[in-house]
Design a protein around this ligand. Structure first.
Ligand code: C5P
Length: 416
């Protein structure tokens, strides 16, 4: 399970356009839904076709537009029952007074009203009409019936109307509707992950990126870590139902969806934040950060001036964050990383023991095609001896795929 666009791209939106001037906004709505990666098919009532041509929606959705209930050609392709089954969401926008009345009465005398009865998918309506028609008792009665029946209503907005009136009845902007649809699918998926995901309800803390050790107010020592692996793991943990805190060194990456991010610069700040996150509660600690091994012994208060041919800067060792956390009385499940250029297995196994880790993921950084700045990685995962688990080879794949396999490895070791 993941939270990127691939989730959305498998979702089918059946957009029904009914008769009303707001139908022109539905053309843009198709675009916005497609931008999010949804599959879109459009159904139009006869009334809608007085305002906008089916061809417009065909071109924008990339699919034939459905207009008739019993059209031999349409039924030979995707018939109305198939269409009803295809939909993951029936979105009626704009929803006219008439369509609301038909839905509430259970009529089935055209394609849309039939689809409404035939689909198991959630139904959303975005009513758009003259403010007097919206306020009419019959419309409000129908609306209440639909709400009772489980239909979700995207409430109309107030403002000036095409008919010259001012009041409630305008369809919200297509961007807003598309965003609400996207959010709905993300939240639905999140609810499933929180219940059934591999890390359901687990509190995961991840360190990521490089650290930056100041020399003076304008200079620092750092490394080339981009933080990509740690950020991918944060996204994969969230998708697996975990509550994720990401303690990030200076990187230029967007925070993954649903993840709480704490920015730090130095190793000491990273350690402090890691210890605090432990206080708040942590079940799994994943150390992907490329922590600087040394920091400058005494950071100069002012910019160091150019003088002699040589400059000596004394360095002192930084704390080992992952080993410090693993040494705490109430330690979480500890995952470390090792980047090696040779004797990969021997060094990784040693680190597993010395740092008191439960699991270590190791990659061979002598390979030019994986690691640091690359979008791909390959890893070997070792588990602490008492788990009695075989090492796992994670073949070369995108960092997202590797991250998902690491989530599986963490889960498998923890249920052992
Ligand atoms: O000893 P080495 O740097 O190879 O160990 C790598 C592992 O230890 C990684 O998981 C890294 O995030 C963690 N580490 C740490 N604090 C340090 C050095 C490494 O947490 N000061």
């Amino acid at each position: 399970m993941s939270f990127d666009l691939s989730v959305i791209s498998s979702k089918n939106i059946l957009l029904a356009v009914t008769g009303g001037i707001a139908a022109y906004k539905s053309a843009i709505l198709v675009r916005r839904l497609k931008d999010y990666g949804f599959n879109v098919r459009v159904v139009m009532t006869h009334g809608a076709q007085a305002f906008i041509q089916p061809l417009t929606f065909q071109a924008l959705s990339g699919n034939p537009v459905h207009t008739e209930l019993l059209d031999t050609e349409a039924e030979a392709g995707m018939g109305h029952i198939e269409l009803a089954r295809w939909a993951d969401l029936l979105l009626v926008a704009p929803a006219s007074c008439d369509s609301l009345a038909k839905f509430s009465a259970g009529l089935a005398d055209d394609l849309l009203s039939t689809l409404y009865l035939a689909t198991k998918a959630p139904v959303w309506v975005a009513p758009a009409m003259n403010q007097q028609m919206w306020a009419a008792k019959a419309t409000q009665r129908n609306l209440n019936t639909l709400i009772d029946d489980g239909v979700h209503v995207i409430m109309p907005e107030s403002g000036s109307q095409a008919c010259g009136d001012v009041g409630l009845g305008r369809m919200p902007e297509p961007e807003d509707i598309a965003r609400q649809v996207k959010l709905y699918f993300h939240q639905a998926e999140r609810a499933i992950a929180e219940k059934f995901g591999l890390l359901a309800g687990q509190r995961v803390v991840i360190t990521a990126g490089p650290t930056r050790e100041a020399i003076d107010p304008v200079r620092y020592i750092s490394n080339h870590s981009t933080g990509k692996m740690g950020f991918s793991i944060a996204a994969a943990c969230y998708a697996a139902g975990a509550k994720v805190t990401l303690i990030a060194g200076p990187v230029s990456l967007d925070t993954p969806n649903g993840v709480a991010r704490i920015n730090v610069a130095s190793a000491q700040q990273m350690l402090e934040e890691s210890l605090q996150s432990l206080e708040r509660g942590c079940d799994v600690f994943i150390a992907t950060a490329a922590v600087a091994d040394y920091r400058v012994a005494e950071v100069a208060e002012h910019k160091i001036k150019k003088s002699g041919d040589e400059l000596a800067v004394a360095l002192v060792k930084n704390p080992d964050i992952v080993a410090t956390i693993a040494g705490q009385a109430k330690r979480p499940f500890m995952v470390g990383f090792a980047a090696e250029t040779r004797n990969v297995e021997a060094y990784a196994s040693e680190k597993l023991v010395v740092k008191k880790l439960d699991m270590i993921a190791c990659n061979d950084v002598s390979r030019a095609d994986i690691g640091f700045a690359s979008d791909q990685n390959a890893m070997t995962v070792f588990f602490a001896e008492h788990y009695q688990m075989e090492k796992r080879e994670l073949e070369k794949a995108s960092k997202q795929e590797i991250a998902q396999q690491l989530v599986e490895a963490i889960h498998d070791a923890r249920v052992k």
